[in-house]
Design a protein around this ligand. Structure first.
Ligand SMILES: *Cc1c(COP(=O)(O)O)cnc(C)c1O
Length: 391
């Protein structure tokens, strides 16, 4: 069926950053200050992030979540010969950082409802070489870090949270990143994420040893950073205590992040309203819709994923094409790691090792949910999904 009006309408993108005049002014201010690498704005952003989390959490700004995960594992002492358990339902960054350190990611399946790491699969994957587990809070619905951590502690394992989707998310009344069950939690400020600095990330921890190690390793293994040296009389002097990395967050990005962080709850509220409209608007359609967080807890709604059912009358790829024809962007989160060439070739697993991921992958789609969405855009997505399924 031809739909003449649709052609003229602008596309509803899958994601669009929510950048206002305050973010622009903050970046301009940082540029006028003349300190364009990591400096006072990064320190202020860290302080604001740690206040946002509360609970005595330390925050360390980094250049990306990938860098933060790498630094977290490094600070936990992960190295060659070690195994780190990672859910297959994630972005490749979660596993690649394990490789950076010469260790081996061991992929495990996820829970059918949440697509977060499955506790039984985690328990079954432990070997005498296992040193850590990475918990991913898929789509922004907080995983059971407490349950995973309890089991991990019994076996002396470290627990790292990939909270790229979880700002802000909470479980049992505690914000992800503040609960202190994990050794470290890492957030992403990538362009499509709920709080963005273009590129950037933040690591939170209540372990002063991890915070100190990450601060040193994010900048060449130097014992104090450039701004710290600049403020002191012996500016030229420094020591190197390890072969570190170059993973610091520049001030213009940090200045933007501080404004975004102050809006994080308001932007989440906006996404929750959009999610509520989808959940209500599509309740009668042949779809599986995502779960809300438990009463009193926060779902960040970084992603809104729908699963087509056998009676949906359309396959996932055709569904994505039909949305695109109606000017609606969509995506798939995730292609499970075990289905990607590098991981398939370099890791050993049984063909039937991931029944949940393999069952869900062919029928899952992420539709637009971002705080800068206009009402008319939400309405168009709501209608387009109904039209495609009722066609
Ligand atoms: C986006 C994302 C990352 C990587 O974040 P960067 O800041 O781009 O490094 C890691 N894990 C998950 C689950 C993500 O969605």
């Amino acid at each position: 069926m031809r739909r003449p009006a649709t052609e003229a309408l602008p596309v509803v993108p899958f994601a669009r950053p929510d950048i206002g005049e305050a973010e622009i002014a903050a970046v301009v201010h940082a540029l006028r200050e003349g300190w364009v690498t990591t400096g006072p704005a990064a320190a202020e952003f860290e302080d604001a992030f740690s206040a946002f989390m509360g609970n005595g959490v330390e925050a360390v700004a980094v250049s990306s979540a990938t860098a933060g995960l790498h630094l977290a594992l490094e600070a936990c002492g992960i190295g060659p010969g070690d195994e780190v358990i990672v859910p297959t339902w994630t972005f490749t960054a979660t596993a690649e950082v394990v490789r950076y350190l010469g260790a081996t990611p061991v992929l495990v399946d996820v829970e059918p409802r949440t697509l977060n790491i499955d506790r039984a699969a985690f328990a079954a994957a432990m070997t005498p070489r296992t040193r850590a587990v990475i918990v991913v809070h898929f789509a922004g619905l907080a995983a059971d870090t407490a349950g995973i951590a309890a089991l991990a502690r019994e076996h002396g394992l470290k627990v790292i949270e990939d909270a790229a989707h979880a700002l802000p998310s909470s479980r049992d009344g505690e914000l992800v990143g503040a609960a202190g069950q994990a050794d470290a939690t890492v957030f992403s400020f990538y362009a499509t994420k709920a709080v963005t600095t273009g590129e950037g990330g933040m690591l939170t921890t209540r372990d002063p040893g991890i915070a100190a190690r990450v601060r040193i390793m994010r900048l060449h293994g130097i014992d104090r950073d450039a701004f710290d040296r600049y403020r002191r009389s012996s500016a030229w002097s420094y020591d190197v205590i390890a072969p570190g990395f170059k993973n610091n967050l520049p001030d213009p990005a940090a200045a933007m992040g501080r404004v975004q962080l102050a809006r994080a709850h308001a932007m989440r509220d906006q996404r929750e309203r959009i999610a509520g409209r989808y959940l209500d608007g599509w309740a009668d359609l042949p779809l599986e819709l995502p779960s809300r967080a438990a009463l009193g807890d926060l779902h960040s709604w970084h992603l809104f994923t729908i699963r087509l059912r056998a009676d949906s009358g359309i396959g996932r790829d055709a569904f994505i094409d039909a949305l695109a024809q109606r000017g609606i962007g969509s995506s798939v989160h995730f292609i499970p790691l075990h289905r990607l060439t590098y991981w398939r070739r370099s890791l050993h697993f049984a063909p039937d090792a991931f029944p949940v991921a393999d069952e869900v992958f062919p029928r899952i789609v992420s539709v637009p949910v971002f705080s800068a969405m206009a009402d008319s855009e939400v309405e168009r997505v709501t209608r387009a999904v109904r039209e495609v399924l009722e066609a």
